[in-house]
Ligand binder design. Structure first.
Ligand code: FES
Length: 995
């Protein structure tokens, strides 16, 4: 059928199948600014304006839109004028999103802007709460919504004609091309305050966090400044940057048949009817492809975990496991083909409680002989970790008090708004191209080569823009099966998880049962601390050993007792597999340890802040776990070079008014509402920065004849801003602004190797590699400049030359521009290419530290816990870009609040997922996030580039336990199993009343 639309002010006609949704029709006609995030209208990534109203196109039939006016991001500014000389102005919203750093991965950005434009059309002067309500239909997993809300309020002011200054803090953000309107830059302008609408604090108009600068190198031109993200302009216009934003002739759609059973053998499978369906090009079962055991964990060689996956197998081990795959002309045909596959299962007994995994009569999940690097198949033990410093049992005997408790950290899902998506095809050289949304392109290539039976050099992995990852894309999940389908059909194949598949067929956080036992003296000194974890890796052992290893390495290192013990059993169950998730085991550990420390402090009548600080590790201390465990190996002793934890505690406590509120009965009550109680809580945490002596990053820089540079990065920017901060570092060394760089990441053919984005390593490892490359290029430039200066008998040496302001400067004040150097080296004298590659692997992993605070209001009648404020004071070394870094903290805090309050994957007694949708699996919306405050307490980390440490993962560690401790403070009940669902809290309150 034909539909007629007025699309972005142009009349268009599109063909549409009767049941086809508007999302599919628009995207198949090249309107890539609208995104697929779900199929139920719950994430809003596909939002457009229909006659001026936001609608979700994934649930709207194309036929319903016929005759209507549709506006997408492509119709809002800039993009519609592409190809013209010059560029059209951006919409004020697009400009404000760039300026305020409101874009992280950028996947939700077009929908946010579209939704906001509808609001501003009807309400030119909205309150903060009106903005939040307008964004409620668009989920963002990256930003915590703070900067998008600030951006929309800013855009509203711009549209009202108010004189809105450029963001000022440490210098103005340079204006990107095509801005809404030229405005004055005034570094001293006082930013006006918008009235806050969330009932807590007035919303600041600046995206800058509070900066507490304790130590710093000399003045920097670009490092430490809130530079605009290098990819902001394309993302704000909805340019086709993501994996799925391509069109290919003859591309097939791949789909998976997933198991309805938690544990079964495939006795018989008949695909003949599916094969016979017109439009079907391939149907694959375990009989059709080689049986190669591999791990989906994207880690450096040799991957330390179990190799227990098969692309397709004759056994299924969880509801959602793969049974068969098809490739067909359309999604509808592919789905029909799946329905025609006949499978006869032999149902096997299944189990879902990790605590039963090692019991004698429990079914064996992996009894196949091909799997390897499994600790003990017969006991469902994927991996085990056991280490001890000192002797805890002896120390417990001498302690004045021993506290012992068991905690549970729930199974949660990463939920990037962009699901896993991949396109595979063969190029003209018969090389397999894998275009995929991955955090680890080089690991994908290496891991898949034996699985596909192709040499690595015949595989090229392209990582376009990623719509969020959070660890779940540190997995090799769809690439293998999509490639198998391309190998069989010879055609390009596209595969993408549905949202339900993302929840119950991809990866999750390891849920853990954690038993903590702590010996304490009367003065609050911890003398022994022991943690026993049972980690549920689900049906496959992805990241099994290393995630739990990180639980011990981080959560048991913060309190530097003379006796520390850690034991983890990482066991299989018949649940959806676990894997990497931002924080990587540390959030589970700190959930237990920080609830436990709070309990000890309160039981002994000690101040929770002082108690923590008294026992916490300090600068100069040896990292207690460093020698004993490092990613499954023995490590080398590492010392803490920099630690701003005491200042973090002071700063955070001041901002959240700890000393006015804690132990203040008046603050804990809400006047006129006796059923409400307020509480305040804290958690202190540490993370790591990269994996020492293992993971390597590299970057290369090439100078062009106009003085610009190509910066090729093997690392992957998930939305974290790493492309930007690496560019800032290169810019600092080479003495020119970031806009002089064409930054590209990553492609296994063109960019140098990098282990990928995980372990909080990109700024530190890939950043150091970038600096190494930039220093080599700088040296080459100085040599050319020295030759250019050394005319007429005068000699200038390269060592005397400095680079700044886009030029090389001789000691006597003469200069040659970068462009002149580029032209000279490529065209005029001693011609050669100025370029270099830098690599870096670190011998250490300096920890960032943080104090995270929360206030909550608990409704004692319903059990509802409302998080009012989250404050995080963090020592991440020197902050390279305060806007992108604070965006990481804000988004991370909100993500972490989820596992504290509202997120948990639920299963029925058959192991079937009960909440595989964004509706029942609740992640924070724009209108229910708490007030967020970020404070950077800068230290100077000697080993880091420009003094930097990691930012990305640490916000996941403490928000959950801080909230739980605040709830305890509010109502005096301890809940040790997250999340703090209302029913759970209500039951605990009832139980307390009965005591
Ligand atoms: Fe919103 Fe990534 S920036 S989902």
């Amino acid at each position: 059928m034909q539909i007629n639309l007025r699309l972005n002010n142009q009349d268009v006609e599109f063909e549409a199948a009767p049941g086809q949704h508007l999302l599919s029709v628009l995207r198949s006609n090249g309107v890539f600014g609208i995104k697929h995030g779900c199929e139920t209208g719950e994430c809003g990534a596909c939002a457009v304006l229909l006659d001026g109203r936001p609608v979700n196109t994934c649930v709207m039939l194309a036929a319903q839109a016929s005759g209507h006016d549709i506006t997408t991001i492509e119709g809002m500014g800039g993009a519609q004028m592409r190809g013209w000389r010059g560029s059209a102005p951006l919409h004020a919203l697009q400009t404000a999103f760039i300026e305020m750093g409101a874009i992280q991965c950028g996947y939700c950005t077009p929908a946010m802007i579209v939704a906001a434009s509808a609001l501003l059309a009807s309400q030119p002067n909205p309150s903060e709460m009106q903005v939040r309500e307008a964004l409620t239909g668009v989920l963002c997993r990256c930003t915590g919504y703070l900067k998008p809300v600030q951006a929309i309020l800013r855009a509203a002011a711009m549209l009202r004609g108010e004189d809105v200054p450029l963001i000022t803090a440490d210098g103005a953000i340079p204006a990107p091309p095509g801005l809404f309107t030229p405005r004055q830059q005034n570094a001293d302008f006082d930013l006006p305050e918008f009235a806050g609408g969330n009932g807590h604090t007035a919303l600041k108009t600046t995206p800058m966090p509070t900066m507490v600068v304790t130590e710093r190198e000399a003045d920097r031109q670009y490092v430490g400044k809130p530079e605009v993200k290098v990819d902001a302009l394309k993302l704000v216009q909805g340019h086709p940057a993501f994996t799925d934003d391509i069109e290919m002739r003859g591309m097939l759609v791949g789909k998976l048949l997933l198991s309805p059973h938690a544990h079964a053998l495939i006795k018989h499978i008949n695909v003949s009817r599916a094969h016979a369906l017109p439009g079907v090009h391939a149907v694959l079962t375990h009989k059709d492809i080689p049986r190669v055991a591999y791990t989906t964990a994207g880690q450096s060689h040799p991957e330390p975990g179990p190799h227990d996956n098969f692309s397709l197998d004759h056994k299924v081990r969880f509801v959602g496991d793969r049974v068969a795959a098809v490739a067909a002309e359309t999604e509808e045909i592919a789905q029909k083909a799946l329905d025609l596959i006949e499978v006869e299962y032999e149902i096997l007994p299944a189990f879902f409680d990790a605590r039963n995994a090692m019991k004698p009569d429990t079914p064996i999940v992996h009894d196949e002989p091909e799997s390897w690097r499994i600790e003990d198949k017969n006991r469902n033990l994927a991996a085990v970790i056991d280490w001890e410093l000192g002797n805890c049992e002896e120390a417990f005997k001498t302690a004045d008090y021993v506290f012992e408790d068991t905690y549970y950290s729930p199974k949660v899902q990463q939920t990037p708004i962009e699901p896993h998506v991949v396109v595979t095809w063969f190029d003209e050289n018969d090389r397999l191209i894998i275009r995929t949304s991955t955090q680890v392109p080089f690991h994908v290539r290496r891991i898949l080569a034996p699985v596909l039976g192709l040499p690595e050099k015949r595989i090229r992995v392209i990582k376009p823009r990623i719509g969020g990852g959070f660890g779940v894309k540190q997995e090799v999940l769809l690439e293998d099966i999509c490639a198998h389908l391309s190998i069989v059909t010879g055609r390009p194949v596209h595969m993408e998880y549905t949202r339900a598949e993302e929840f119950f067929a991809s990866r999750t956080r390891h849920d853990m049962h954690l038993h903590v036992k702590t010996g304490v003296m009367k003065d609050g000194t911890i003398v022994a601390n022991a943690l026993h974890a049972i980690s549920d890796t689900g049906a496959y052992g992805s990241h099994a050993m290393t995630v739990a290893g990180n639980t011990g390495h981080k959560a048991m290192a913060l309190y530097n007792a003379p006796n520390i013990k850690f034991h983890a059993d990482i066991v299989y169950t018949n649940k959806v597999p676990s894997g990497a998730y931002r924080g990587y085991g540390a959030p589970q550990g700190f959930w237990a340890v920080e609830l436990h420390m709070e309990h000890i402090a309160r039981s002994l009548g000690l101040d929770p802040l002082e108690f923590r600080l008294k026992n916490a590790i300090k600068a100069g201390d040896e990292h207690p776990v460093s020698k004993i465990w490092s990613e499954g190996r023995e490590g080398a002793a590492e010392h803490i070079n920099s630690c701003g934890l005491p200042e973090c505690i002071d700063q955070g406590a001041a901002v959240i008014h700890w000393h006015d509120r804690f132990n203040n009965p008046d603050w804990h009550i809400v006047s006129g509402q006796p059923h409400l109680r307020r509480g305040i809580g804290v958690a202190t945490v540490m993370q790591g920065t990269a994996i020492p002596n293992l993971d390597m990053g590299a970057a290369s820089i090439k100078m062009n004849d106009d003085g610009s540079f190509n910066l090729l990065i093997g690392a992957t920017d998930l939305g974290t801003g790493s492309d930007t901060v690496l560019t800032q570092m290169a810019a600092e060394v080479l003495g020119c602004p970031p806009e002089d760089f064409i930054t590209y990441s990553s492609d296994t053919d063109f960019t140098p190797f990098d282990k990928g984005a995980y372990a909080s390593s990109t700024t530190y490892i890939s950043g150091r590699a970038t600096v190494v490359a930039a220093e080599k290029v700088a040296q080459q430039m100085k040599e050319v400049a020295a030759r250019m200066f050394s005319k007429d008998g005068e000699t200038v040496s390269a060592e005397e030359i400095t680079l700044h302001d886009r030029a090389a400067w001789s000691p006597d004040g003469r200069s040659v521009t970068h462009r002149e150097i580029g032209l000279n080296s490529l065209h005029l004298e001693m011609q050669h290419q100025i370029m270099a590659t830098g690599s870096y692997v670190s011998p250490e992993s300096p920890p960032p530290f943080a104090a995270q605070f929360a206030t909550v209001t608990v409704d004692t009648e319903t059990g509802q816990v409302t998080v009012d404020e989250l404050v995080m004071a963090v020592d991440s070394g020197v902050i390279i870009n305060p806007v992108t870094a604070s965006g990481q903290i804000e988004g991370g805090m909100v993500q972490a609040a989820g596992y504290g309050v509202c997120e948990e994957l639920a299963f029925d007694e058959q192991g079937r997922g009960l909440n595989p949708r964004f509706g029942p699996y609740w992640i924070y919306r724009a209108d229910d996030v708490p007030s967020l405050t970020t404070i950077f307490v800068e230290t100077y980390e000697e080993s880091g580039p420009f003094g930097a440490k990691a930012v990305a993962e640490i916000p996941l560690d403490g928000a959950g336990p801080a909230i739980a401790n605040a709830m305890y403070d509010a109502v005096g009940v301890r809940i040790k199993d997250g999340p703090l669902y209302p029913e759970k809290v209500w039951r605990a309150l009832k139980q307390k009343q009965q005591l």
